[in-house]
Design a protein around this ligand. Structure first.
Ligand code: NDP
Length: 285
């Protein structure tokens, strides 16, 4: 029997509708500021999509565009201005940043209470400690996809392939907080097929098209493919060989249409969470 294909677009649309309902019940508009430095075309598309989705949800979104040669000090000043702006609840600095700017320095300058991506060390630490915090958007989306399929990670063997600060590590932390038995694999992992074979939940976040093959998987595994890879013919593909894996898995996300839409929906939800934490549910500015 083939896997159930997880419809990330539909699940994200439902989440966005719930977020819009929460926003409409607030006596103020949550504010999201997105900072884009430089002209990376993929980043420009992401930022446009985030801005549009936020506006459709009733969030007050602003995009600050800075030139590719912006000095680090100027970006720090911009972040400080947004930190101090009472109408801004959530700040996102789009990565990657140009070479003259240290991403770590910028992420540490964002007010942790406005850190919508959850990349500030304070929020990273809270997540690692299992404390309530704003979780990074893509990992939060991964957990919501599992939840929408009725998959409870508690007690299950979960494998996360990839250990980046943006996806792999925080996804591992969320799965651990949900009581899964978590393994994190990376480029030094000795026998990746054997690790995959053991997994009941497999999260792929590598950035290599088709790395994980169907014949590495156990029957019934839930596969969430975070990878987005551009093939030579222009199509997008995940890190998992979809056709092979769909024959074996119990559930699988497509690429595109799986995790991607959830990332933006979770950004909107994080924005509203931060706004409510800062301003309350009923208190206007
Ligand atoms: P990074 O390049 O930061 O991390 C990739 C990870 O994969 C590293 O930990 C690396 O190991 C590991 N890795 C590389 N080769 C192998 C291998 N052969 N076997 C096992 N592990 C390996 O990528 P990101 O985490 O930022 O992104 C991962 C993918 O997810 C990309 O395709 C990206 O485009 C996509 N993405 C999708 C999002 C969405 O919204 N759907 C959002 C963010 C990312 P090591 O640490 O040892 O180098």
């Amino acid at each position: 029997m083939g896997a159930t294909i997880i419809d990330g677009r539909a699940i994200a649309a439902r989440l966005r509708a719930r977020v819009a309902e929460r926003v409409s019940a607030l006596p103020y508009k949550p504010g999201l500021a997105v900072v884009l430095v430089g002209e990376d075309p993929a980043s420009a598309i992401y930022v446009r999509n985030k801005d549009r989705a936020a506006t459709q949800t009733g969030i007050s979104a602003q995009t600050i565009r800075l030139g590719p040669n912006t000095p680090e000090a100027d970006l720090l000043r911009e972040v400080a201005r947004l930190n101090a702006d009472p109408a801004v609840d959530a700040i996102l600095v789009q990565l990657p940043l140009p070479g003259q700017i240290r991403a770590r320095t910028i992420l540490e300058a964002i007010d942790p209470a406005k850190d919508v991506d959850g990349f500030h060390p304070l929020n990273v630490g809270r997540l690692a400690d299992g404390l309530p915090t704003v979780a990074p958007c893509t990992p939060r989306g991964v957990m919501k996809l599992l939840g929408a399929c009725g998959i409870d990670p508690a007690g299950k063997r979960a494998l996360v392939v990839g250990r980046s600060a943006i996806v792999g590590k925080p996804t591992g932390a969320l799965l651990l907080a949900a009581d899964a038995t978590v393994t994190i694999a990376h480029s030094h992992t000795r026998d990746l097929p054997a690790e995959c074979q053991r997994a009941e939940i497999l999260i792929a976040a590598v950035g290599r098209a088709g790395l994980i093959r169907g014949d590495w998987l156990s029957p019934g595994v839930a596969v969430i493919d975070v990878g987005i890879n551009r093939l030579p013919d222009g199509r997008l593909a995940g890190d998992v060989d979809f056709d092979g894996a769909a024959k074996v898995a119990g559930w699988i996300t497509p690429v595109p249409g799986g995790v991607g839409p959830m990332t933006i929906a979770c950004l909107l939800e994080n924005t509203v969470d931060l706004a409510e934490q800062r301003r309350g549910r009923s208190r206007s500015l």
